[in-house]
Design a protein around this ligand. Sequence first.
Ligand code: ADP
Length: 386
Amino acid sequence: MTILLVESDQEDARLAEKAISQYPPIRSHVVHRARDAREATRYLRQHSAVDVVLSEMRLPDAEGLETLAIFRQVAGSTPVVFVVAADDKLLAQDALGKGAQDYLVKGEYADGRLSKAVGYAVECKRYQDEIQAAQAQARDMQDQVQSLRQECEQLTVMNKAKDDFISLASHQLRTPATGVKQYIGMVLEGFAGDVPEHIRPFIAKAYESNERQLAIVNDLLRVAQLDAGRLELRPQPTALKEMLLNIVSEQSSKFSQRQQKLVFEPGPGQVFAAVDAGRMRMVFDNLIDNASKYTPEHKTVTVGLRQDSGQVEVSIKDEGVGIAPENIDKVFEKFGRVANSRSELVGGTGLGLYWAKRIVDLHHGTIQVRSVLGEGSEFVVRLGLA
Ligand code: ADP
């Protein structure tokens, strides 16, 4: 600890130094002495590492509060302890109110009073510094929170602009694509006269491509509507066995074309869940379609329906390409396509599972996947019973 002792009288200075070294001793301290305010100022200007100023209040060249003002000006917040004459106590108390750390009456150094006053002053200063540092840190954090909040607001605005754009663009794209579908459909059905056999496959291809485009546009529109919070669910008690049976029979021809087997294993009895039937149908439709897309030929997809302790469980199990553990979470993200040996072949937008998870979440249900790369995957949707 470095102490600057400002004392004009040689004998008083010696007594003070003795008190600091002996009653009780302040460990590893250094005392520098100045005889007046001018010397003290010079020392303080040249040495920043002073821990405490121990000074008379009346110096040959500075009086009373003026002394404090001089130290404050040169030494900033370094604590100042005054040594005063007995009849200067009032003045010393005034100095305390103006920022002096402590004061003692000259010569009254019994019971280690001087050492304690110096020690406390330094400790107090350390705590004050710590408090100030913590306050500065808190202010910094508040600034950071504020700028993060602003960033978040900007991102929200940008995100909304993007959603609006996707929604608008999809709307604009859907109308002409629907027109193409109608007209090509009419041509294929012979409304414009007989279609020569060698031209029919080309028109059929155009029809299929347009269907794919419409499916993408519809996916984008659905997700934009969901993200904008414009999707309203209308949950009704719904017979899930019937719903799944419908989907299975609708998709069965596609499975046969792909030389895959689609098996439905419902448990006994009917199972009712309170769901928005239209939306939940799309979820299962998508999961069963995915199971087919990401499964090679001659393999089986099994759709299961179970009722278990107040919950209903729908599982879609395939023997397909599987998903690597590090990609499991990614598949539920928006546009979360994961490359695998079939993804190039089958195409997709990466929106199906994002949509499925959001819809299941809105029903307070869960969707989970168990998968082994190269062996297959099982998606399980759990919902509350109606
Ligand atoms: P898309 O099929 O249009 O790419 P999805 O959101 O339906 O989008 O699926 C996201 C990704 O999850 C897919 O790109 C695919 O890699 C993976 N995936 C989905 N279902 C399966 C499945 N049954 N088996 C293996 N991978 C799957």
